[in-house]
Design a protein around this ligand. Structure first.
Ligand code: G1P
Length: 305
């Protein structure tokens, strides 16, 4: 089977959890420290060797296209000032990848968004990266998934062990072990199950390497959880190895992952990433310690003597 060269990034969601910040701006543009969340995801794809990136967008997503395009006015002004550092940062996202865009149209779910990539992807396997998950660039995930895909000629999902109380927020996998410690065979998948019926606490995080047969399956996948066409349901069908599509494998991720899809986790992600940054960590760490100590010693309001 052909080598993976393309990455698909669904980015058509309305970002309702972040209103009003996302009223006139895509949630993918929310800054995580000093880069929009989406840039981390595109950088991850490129770092894994996938330079051809297709974004599935929708209305009000123009800022995404602008971010990965030239900004001549800003460039000219920085050039005039001789601010080469900032100019480099501005140009970086322009030159990062070969960007393509298609609109989803009706918001019918993640499976439907992925199906919109069919024409662009063609007959080769491809990666899907969801923008709400940021994988720490120091930890390897996508490259490992591509390796497993090539070895097993199968479909591969990223799995993360989560607290059983959280599994209802994810696709959950039933798995069998393989001869590799970080690889499991997926025997079944359920989208956002209740804790008591979940097949395991292994959650799909937003990274997939899919065989192109997924498109035919998505074409007949019926609306599932939430009335949406779920990618998880199509993969559940593939896990049964329909028509020799190689089945589904999971790569267990044990590295650092940041969730930017939820307000509290978004704040945590910014703090975690900033603390580790050379330019910001030095100032942030001592301040955080002091701030946390202040929280410890504070008497809860209403409890004051
Ligand atoms: C989607 C998928 C789900 C997966 C999750 C990972 O859900 O449907 O299977 O576990 O992404 O972030 P969403 O978070 O878009 O509701």
């Amino acid at each position: 089977m052909a080598k993976v060269t393309k990455a698909v990034i669904p980015a058509a969601g309305l970002g309702t959890r972040f209103l009003p910040a996302t009223k006139a701006m895509p949630k993918e543009m929310l800054p995580v420290v000093d880069k929009p969340a989406i840039q981390y995801v595109v950088e991850e794809a490129v770092d894994a060797g996938l330079h051809d990136v297709l974004m599935i967008t929708g209305r009000n997503k123009n800022a995404l296209e602008n971010h990965f395009d030239r900004a001549t006015e800003i460039e000219a002004s920085l050039q005039k000032k001789g601010d080469t550092d900032r100019l480099e940062k501005v140009n970086y996202s322009t030159e990062l990848a070969d960007m393509h865009y298609v609109r989803q149209g009706d918001p019918k779910g993640l499976g439907h968004a992925v199906l919109r990539a069919k024409m662009h992807v063609g007959e080769a396997p491809f990666a899907v990266l969801l923008g709400d998950d940021i994988i720490d660039a120091r930890d390897v995930l996508l490259k490992r998934m591509l390796q497993v895909q090539a070895e097993r000629n199968a479909t591969v999902v990223a799995l993360l062990e989560v607290d059983p109380d959280q599994i209802h927020m994810y696709g959950a996998a039933a798995v069998e072990t393989t001869d590799e410690d970080d690889v499991v065979r997926v025997t079944g998948l359920v989208e956002k199950p209740n804790k008591d019926v979940a097949p395991s606490n292994l959650a799909i995080i937003g990274r997939y390497v899919l065989r192109p047969e997924v498109f035919e399956i998505l074409e007949h996948t019926k609306p599932g959880k939430g009335g949406e066409i779920q990618l998880t349901d199509a993969l559940e069908e593939m896990a049964g190895d329909v028509e020799g599509t190689g089945g589904v494998y999971g790569v267990i991720f044990r590295g650092r992952r940041y969730d930017t899809g939820d307000r509290l986790d978004y704040i945590k992600a910014i703090v975690q990433l900033a603390v580790d940054r050379e330019d910001l960590g030095v100032g942030l760490r001592p301040w955080l310690r002091e701030f946390a100590a202040g929280l410890e010693s504070n008497t809860p309001s209403g409890d004051v003597d």
